[in-house]
Design a protein around this ligand. Structure first.
Ligand code: NAD
Ligand code: TYD
Length: 351
């Protein structure tokens, strides 16, 4: 029996990873650790209720005493670390929340692992990170494992700091770790603050769709379950103490993504005018222009490849949101509406 912790397991990617682990590894004990911030919801794990190999713990990863107590009762063999403040726009509004969770929280987890994993046999600290640590590209080129770090938003800087800490613990204390850096994920259960779910929500509700600047910025998109399968493949088979890049090599301009969603929505609903909802609004400060990743050869050699085509993934995601409007309503608290106003009211009124 292997005992696994998944931090941030009630968030978007975390909930897909937990679901995968619970279903595919019935003999492992899967423990979700999550503070249930605005971005974490038990509803994301609802279908796992009653699963005998899944356990949920509401805990803040920066709370060392609480983590120590949990380690006493259910010490992990593997840790998948996904808990984070994850949204760039919020990091521009409140950077210290990102420093606290992404840097201090990661350091607390690492300290526990350092002191408690005296026997490191079959232990793994798997840190889930982002391509944003590498900065921004021009029209050409790709990030590789050798690209120097150059984070440019508070979110990216906090994730870069966490990556460096994980590597430092590997180098100094022999911590068995893997870091993987992935591009932009999309799929069911993504909180409606990120581009794709926000666009879908506004399509369903026939509200204006805010696109920053001229919509020319580019992101490297991947369906969330393709990311999860890459994480599992690396955790099961890849050499420790290294960093891997995960990408479906699917780089798109924001404008193209939003237009595709509008057209898919029209095709599904028989409407014709969704593109009219698009508004080009005031740009994000310091907006990174382009992300593109060269997937690690180790990952490809291990036989991983993306399975979900972008159009098909977007269609499935759109359909999921349409059939889960109660989820969309449940996760949008008054704090969400306050955030939305702060982020978009002035932008939309002057677009
Ligand atoms: P998310 O915001 O949907 O989920 C984050 C989860 O972490 C939430 O459940 C939240 O409650 C929890 N959390 C936040 N602070 C916490 C704390 N202090 N203690 C315990 N739990 C806490 O994020 P996501 O999109 O699922 O991203 C998961 C991880 O993957 C993050 O580390 C992120 O940096 C990384 N990542 C995300 C993307 C992407 O496109 N979404 C791409 C690459 C990497
Ligand atoms: P986002 O989903 O926030 O992810 P990230 O900033 O981590 O890449 O944004 C994806 C792209 O979409 C990014 O270039 C910013 C842009 N964007 C908009 O144009 N409008 C929006 O309302 C949001 C949230 C993002």
């Amino acid at each position: 029996m292997r005992r696994v912790w998944v931090t941030g397991g009630a968030g978007f990617i975390g909930s897909h990873l937990v679901r995968w682990l619970v279903r595919h590894y019935p003999h492992w004990a899967i423990h979700t650790l999550d503070a249930l911030t605005y971005a974490g919801h038990l509803a994301n794990l609802e279908d796992l209720q009653g699963a005998p190999n899944h356990h949920f713990h509401q805990v803040n990863i920066a709370d060392r005493a609480a983590l120590e107590a949990l380690w006493e009762s259910v010490p992990p063999d593997w840790i998948f670390h996904l808990a984070a403040e994850s949204h760039v726009d919020r990091s521009i509004l409140s950077p210290l929340d990102f420093v606290h969770t992404n840097i201090v929280g990661t350091a607390v987890l690492l300290e526990l692992a350092r002191h408690r994993w005296t026997d490191k046999t079959d232990k793994l600290f798997y840190h889930v990170s982002t391509d944003e640590v590498y900065g921004s590209l021009g029209e050409e080129g790709y990030f590789t494992e050798e690209t120097p770090y150059a984070p440019r938003s508070p979110y990216a800087a906090s994730k870069a700091a966490a990556d460096h800490l994980v590597r430092a613990y590997g180098h100094t204390y022999g911590l068995p770790y893997i870091i993987s850096n992935c591009g932009n994920n999309y799929g069911p259960y993504q909180f409606p603050e990120k581009l794709i779910p926000l666009t879908i929500m506004n399509l369903i509700e026939r509200q204006p769709i805010p696109v920053y600047g001229k919509g020319e910025n580019m992101r490297d998109w991947i369906y969330v379950e393709d990311h999860v399968r890459a994480i599992i493949r690396l955790a099961e088979q890849a050499p420790r103490g290294r960093t891997y890049l995960i990408s479906a090599q699917n780089v798109r301009r924001n404008r193209e993504v939003v237009e595709l969603l509008c057209d898919l929505y029209d095709a599904l609903r028989g409407t014709k005018d969704s593109r009219r909802l698009i508004r080009f609004v005031q740009d994000r400060p310091g907006h990174d222009y382009r992300y593109a990743l060269q997937p690690s050869s180790t990952l490809l050699d291990l036989g991983w490849q993306p399975e979900v085509d972008f159009h098909e993934g977007l269609r499935q995601t759109l359909e999921w949101y349409q059939t889960h409007q109660s989820w969309l309503n449940a996760v949008r608290t008054s704090a969400y509406h306050t955030y939305y106003q702060k982020q978009y009211a002035h932008r939309l009124s002057s677009s």
